[in-house]
Design a protein around this ligand. Sequence first.
Ligand SMILES: N[C@@H](CCC(=O)N[C@@H](CS)C(=O)NCC(=O)O)C(=O)O
Length: 205
Amino acid sequence: MTVVLYDSAVSGNCYKVRLLFALLGVEYERQPLSVVDKSDREEVLGGLNPGLRVPTVVLDDGRPLGESGAILWYFADGTHYVPSDSYDRAELLQWMFFEQYSHEPYVATPRYIAKHLPADHARRAELPARLATGRAALAVMDSHLKSRQFFVGERYSIADIALYAYTHVAHEGGHDLTPYAAVRSWLVRVAAQPGNVSIYARPRG
Ligand SMILES: N[C@@H](CCC(=O)N[C@@H](CS)C(=O)NCC(=O)O)C(=O)O
């Protein structure tokens, strides 16, 4: 069986998985789902991912797995995208949990609201507060990256992939990265990694 990726072309969470799959050469079949019309989620993802979200994968042995971070970990563990030292592995998880709790809701969600919801949608009222909290997350990243090339152990890892996915398109949600010079240098560094693919590359399948 081939790995199946339930995917949205516009989703940064799904892009994390597409990027890792490209870097590792993982063959997969893509099943596209909308992030706007979610009426088919129960029918398609029920029984695969209790959260009914994308990305969701079905492994080549038929077992399903959800959550972008868990999928990154599953496929990258044992490769040079996950360190072997136990402290470095824990530090990698530190940054992946930071991404999910302190970064994604305030960097990714404004992009979703700005790009995919109608101009008069009530959720637009959330933007100023979300952007303010997102700036705090970007400042944390900038401070960490001032003396480092990558987030963990001076190597490109899935912590970089997780944080890169929405940071490099943060402007689409209204963020201005001008004050975060170390973040901007890191974005260039990640984009220059061999095998990098764009979030806008036409997804396969
Ligand atoms: N924590 C999850 C978040 C996944 C997520 O929110 N996916 C969005 C697309 S980016 C989705 O499926 N949203 C559907 C919904 O809100 O019900 C992850 O990292 O995979």
